[in-house]
Ligand binder design. Structure first.
Ligand code: DNO
Length: 371
């Protein structure tokens, strides 16, 4: 398991690479180019500049999150061809810089959705939260206003204002687009880009929808084990992989997270993992919590155990953290609670490793006695 940390770049993040360096166990930075509009080619020079900054601080840049997919591809419009060609070129450029995994999502219009970016927890921290009723009561434009107001002045990826300005025509274009249509459009995209990723030694890793259900009537497909199976079978190649995210899939209690992790890890189709915990309320609302198992509804110890049993060699990162100790940062992406999350994940992992070593030591010992 290779520990990584998401960083938004020196102009877009409150957290510095020097800070991240002091978190034990972090080997790599999960980065992206945020100044390139969705659909355009990522220039090699810009990727190399990001890599230089990251390498200078002792980290690798082997994971990119995200190369976002243009709406025309998700909508299956004829104009998708140009954007697919651009996407292929971005894959090639990223591979020239040594990138191994590209995380992306296939959610129409919005990326993750929340009703609240700073809900107060009993301990005084604030977290991202989702209340179904609140989301049902507002229209998408009001949602955008709320996200903008709650973002502490940061540009949130997935909520880029220039794209969201076109919200009304975008919604009109999605009218009548079903989940099956969206699956077909994903298949078309994968059939074209996976061979390029294969050639380049890159694994594509689709991120689950967050939350894993339809929001504002838009179709959503990366939601459960069945659909994840469909997606990896669309193009049966290790380059067509998954980002398994405990918090996104876990918001639906019908999703058995350790089972989903075990299943796809065994198939070797999980290059990247996001781990976070959430507390699910009886009415289906949820809010994010610390990573600790007993603070939320997900058994993070069990999830890490599954990773350990599967001898997970891929990349992992703590996902959203709470905002604690007065930190002012991009919602979900402060330094402190994500660093605590890492120490929790590594604590579980190290103790499992320790047990394994002891067992193996015992085995070797008893074998040598038998001999
Ligand atoms: C939320 C993230 C997502 C993720 C994208 C991947 O904080 O997990 O925004 O980066 O869905 O494309």
């Amino acid at each position: 398991m290779k520990m990584t940390f998401r960083w938004f770049g020196k102009d877009y993040d409150t957290v510095s690479l020097a800070h991240i360096r002091q978190i034990p166990g972090v080997e790599g930075i999960v980065g992206a180019l945020y100044h390139i509009p969705v659909g355009e080619v990522w220039p090699l020079e810009d990727i190399l500049e990001l890599k230089r900054q990251v390498n200078k601080n002792g980290f690798h840049l082997e994971v990119i999150e995200s190369v976002n997919v243009h709406e025309d591809i998700k909508l299956g419009l004829p104009s998708r061809e140009r954007y697919i060609e651009n996407y292929k070129q971005t894959i090639r450029n990223l591979s020239k810089a040594g990138v191994k995994v590209i995380c992306y999502n296939f959610m129409p219009i919005f990326d993750w959705t929340r009703s609240d970016l700073a809900k107060r927890r009993p301990d005084g921290s604030t977290v991202l939260a989702y209340e179904k009723q609140k989301v049902e009561q507002i229209d998408p434009e009001e949602m955008i206003r709320r996200i903008e107001n709650g973002a502490n002045g940061f540009l949130l990826p997935g909520w880029e204002p220039e794209r969201l300005k076109t919200i009304k025509p975008l919604f009109a274009l999605y009218k009548g687009v079903t989940e099956d249509d969206l699956l077909d459009h994903l298949r078309y995209f994968l059939e074209q880009i996976v061979p390029v990723a294969e050639e380049c030694g890159i694994q594509m890793a689709i991120h689950p929808d967050d939350p894993p259900w339809s929001v504002f009537g838009l179709p959503r497909i990366v939601t459960n084990k069945e659909n994840l199976k469909k997606i990896i079978n669309m193009v049966n190649s290790p380059a067509n992989g998954l980002t398994l995210c405990s918090g996104s899939l876990g918001a639906n209690p019908d999703n058995d997270i350790p089972d989903i992790f075990r299943y796809f890890l065994r198939m070797g189709r999980v290059p990247f993992v996001h781990v976070r915990n959430i507390e699910i309320h009886t009415n289906g609302d949820f809010e994010e919590t610390s990573h600790r198992s007993c603070d939320g509804s997900l058994n993070i110890c069990e999830i890490v155990k599954v990773l350990h049993e599967s001898d997970f060699q891929g990349y992992i990162r703590p996902d959203h953290g709470r905002m604690i100790w007065g930190e002012q940062a991009r919602p979900g992406y402060g330094l402190y609670d994500r660093a605590l999350g890492i120490m929790y994940l590594l604590g579980i992992w190290d103790s499992l490793e320790n047990e394994k070593r002891k067992r193996e030591g015992d085995k070797t010992c008893s074998q040598s006695i038998q001999v």
